[in-house]
Design a protein. Structure first.
Length: 136
């Protein structure tokens, strides 16, 4: 499964998953699961969906504390991020740098989408106007 994901071969990955030939939550030396790998390529959305249907853990962090949602947000993959949220991904989990997935997001639109319905915590960056706001 990992080879298929590294090669971005969705058909091979789906065949392996549908044959129940892989542990969907197996971690590599960096703590990455197949879901961590699949979310990095938007073309692998069908693989992400299959992994989620098979019970892949959406909140399992890698060695750097990044969940699959952090990785999808960093790469700007909106549809994958939404699929992860639909399957219970916690948008408030922080990685080892203290960042949530929204804070790791490549785009403002994705960040805003991830924050929909999330109450900001005291001192949360979502409450602050950001650098240069007083220059407007």
């Amino acid at each position: 499964l990992r080879n298929a994901l590294h090669c971005r071969d969705a058909a091979a990955a789906l065949e392996i998953l549908r044959g129940r030939q892989a542990d969907v939550n197996a971690c590599d030396d960096s703590g990455r699961t197949p879901l961590h790998l699949a979310v990095e390529d938007e073309a692998l959305l069908p693989v992400v969906q299959e992994l989620l249907m098979l019970g892949a853990s959406v909140n399992l962090p890698n060695a750097h504390g990044n969940t699959p949602l952090h990785r999808a947000a960093k790469h700007g993959h909106v549809q994958i991020a939404l699929a992860l949220r639909h399957h219970g991904a916690d948008v408030q989990l922080k990685n080892s740098r203290g960042e949530t997935a929204a804070e790791s997001s490549r785009t403002v639109a994705l960040r805003d989408e991830l924050l929909k319905g999330v109450e900001p915590e005291d001192g949360d960056a979502a409450e602050s106007p950001g650098p240069g706001a007083d220059e407007l």
